[in-house]
Design a binder for this molecule. Structure first.
Ligand SMILES: [Fe+2]
Ligand SMILES: [Fe+2]
Length: 217
């Protein structure tokens, strides 16, 4: 038996832990690794009102994406078969927690709020993550690889769309892109299975729906 846990967690224990994690993520205070915001020390540039609104829209989408990323990893951790995978998923979720906080801080600087639909993104993603976990560890890892690849492509789009002067948002998104790449590589090296094309397409469509909605709401 593990030296860290002296007893098995009951279903209720786990449900309470899951609920606590979810509420923290939604309050913008997720469990995280505590890394410094990459925008620290990067000077703020003058943005026109339209540029500021656009940057905030992009950061709101990215914040919603990190809420979803947290929830996917939490869901996957809940149904992971092996303890190693569960711990790896929880670690990745904490890194997404850093991303979540950085995006929230930038949104606040831009004078705007996060998506009102964040609870919906969290809940939907938790269920999808838990389902991926139930499919088995190799599929769950495959889901991570595909998700992170899609997030990287999405971040490339946002890096191209951000107002040129918004170096603070850019610094955050660039560090996130590096981290998402590492999440994908770690999952691949841990034995991820390649997902079938229809599943990948469904994931792209779901992400598009979220992106289009969270830009405004
Ligand atoms: Fe992330
Ligand atoms: Fe990630």
């Amino acid at each position: 038996m593990s030296t860290r846990s002296t007893r098995r967690l009951s279903f209720l224990d786990r449900a309470i832990i899951d609920l606590d994690r979810g509420l923290r993520a939604l309050q913008g205070e997720p469990r995280a690794e505590g890394r410094e915001n990459p925008a620290a020390g990067v000077p703020d540039a003058h943005l026109s009102p339209a540029q500021r609104r656009h940057a905030a829209g992009l950061m709101r989408v990215d914040h919603a994406g990190e809420v979803a990323a947290q929830a996917l990893y939490h869901g996957q951790a809940t149904t992971a078969r092996s303890r190693d995978l569960r711990e790896a998923m929880q670690r990745a979720a904490r890194e997404e927690g850093d991303h979540l906080r950085w995006c929230r801080e930038r949104l606040e600087e831009l004078g705007e709020r996060s998506s009102r639909l964040d609870p919906l993104w969290y809940l939907g993603s938790f269920v999808i993550g838990a389902a991926a976990g139930l499919a088995g560890d190799r599929w769950s890892l495959g889901f991570v690889v595909e998700t992170e690849r899609q997030v990287m492509r999405h971040l490339d789009g946002h890096l191209g769309s951000l107002p040129a002067g918004d170096r603070r948002s850019r610094a955050i998104l660039e560090q996130m892109r590096v981290d998402e790449g590492e999440h994908a590589t770690t999952a691949l090296e841990s034995g991820a299975a390649e997902l079938p094309q229809p599943v990948k397409r469904l994931m792209t469509l779901t992400a598009r729906l979220m992106t289009a909605t969270a830009y405004r709401l």
